[in-house]
Design a protein around this ligand. Structure first.
Ligand code: ADP
Ligand code: MG
Length: 339
């Protein structure tokens, strides 16, 4: 059996800036399995659509060629199966099975950490598949080189094809996802309510789905009209948690710690690059992760003008596109702050 989840397809995957590279790469792999990018490695924090995209590729390959052998497997399950095969003396058969598939999809590869024997077997399977141009797709919650407890030779091989990050979706994409999912459930979701939810739940798509399901259930149960007030009430606990989580204070502390500078530098007048850049990043994070206005953010950063904050946000957006380190720093910080 392939273990593919039929509902995870390209058609119902909403595209936005945060996932468009990953989606495009996945779609190319589905067009040319084994030759476009091999392996395809998707990473990013939880609930952002890695598993969905991976299945979408598998489903598409099977759609075009129903005889294609596509195997999806969570890495924990892969390890369990292998252990079982060793215990029952069927490891050779197990190896043959995996080496004969056209596409092997292993999810959440970070769970290989510390499992040396599994890594060893996987390394050989991996090489065999690559040599015969069979497609491999892997996902992980972090950049391959950052997965502790996985052999270097394996990590380096993960990077042979194409490695792409999926980032948390921006506001417009979050709204589009909510509208699409509501539509799929035949639920008439007012746009301002979608906007209200999307504005508050920022870190992952799974939470958005959870919130939407809650609103739908409450609406069906009470028969009330779906207004913003209704939604606030229905999602009270989820929203309270979110508000508590990220404050400007918290952002300043986290960023200062990350860059090993003083929290006081967040409000200081210093323009030296080593503190000015982190300060700009903290401002941009405050804009992205809290509901504070530009003037409020400026005030919290030593009484700066709102145009300074706006400039910082633009600068950071630009740097995230042009500078790999800043891009990594930013997503690490978002991850730390929203977990
Ligand atoms: P991950 O594997 O990255 O943790 P999943 O693929 O399990 O995330 O996605 C979590 C949920 O969110 C799934 O139900 C998935 O269908 C949905 N989802 C994620 N991204 C999107 C998207 N861009 N469009 C539509 N649904 C999405
Ligand atoms: Mg997943």
């Amino acid at each position: 059996t392939s273990n593919l989840k039929e509902s995870y397809v390209f058609d119902n995957f909403v595209e936005g800036k945060s996932n468009q590279l990953a989606r495009a790469a996945a779609s190319q792999v589905a067009d040319n399995p084994g030759t476009a990018f091999n392996p395809l490695f998707l990473y990013g924090s939880t609930g952002l659509g890695k598993t969905h995209l991976m299945h979408a590729v598998g489903n598409e390959i099977r759609q075009r060629n129903p005889d294609a052998k596509v195997v999806y497997m969570h890495s924990e399950r892969f390890v369990q199966d292998m252990v079982k095969a060793i215990q029952t003396n069927s490891i050779e058969e197990w190896k043959r099975h995996y080496r004969s598939v056209d596409a092997l999809l292993i999810d959440d590869i970070q769970f290989f950490a510390g499992k040396e024997r599994s890594q060893e077997e996987f390394f050989h399977t991996f090489n065999a598949l690559l040599e015969s141009n069979h497609q491999i797709i892997l996902t992980s919650d972090r950049y391959p080189k950052e997965i502790d407890g996985v052999e270097e030779r394996l990590k380096s091989r993960f990077g042979w094809g194409l490695t792409i990050i999926i980032e948390p979706p921006e506001l417009e994409t979050r709204v589009a996802i909510l509208m699409k999912k509501a539509h799929e459930s035949n639920f008439d979701l007012p746009h301002e309510v979608a906007f209200f939810i999307a504005k508050r739940l920022r870190s992952n798509v799974r939470d958005l789905e959870g919130a939407l399901n809650r609103v739908i259930a409450n609406a069906n149960f009470t028969g009330k009209a779906v207004t913003i007030d209704f939604t606030k009430e229905a999602l009270r606990d989820m929203l309270a948690l979110q508000e508590k989580l990220v404050t400007i204070d918290n952002i300043q502390k986290t960023v200062a710690e990350y860059y090993k500078i003083k929290v006081a530098d967040m409000s200081s007048k210093s323009r030296s690059r080593s503190v000015a850049r982190p300060r700009q990043i903290a401002m941009a994070l405050s804009k992205e992760l809290t509901n504070h206005s530009l003037p409020e953010i400026g005030a919290a950063f030593g009484g700066r003008d709102h145009t300074t904050v706006l400039h910082a946000c633009r600068k950071v957006t630009e740097l995230r596109e042009t500078t790999h380190d800043i891009k990594e720093d930013f997503s690490n910080l978002v991850r730390t702050l929203s977990s």
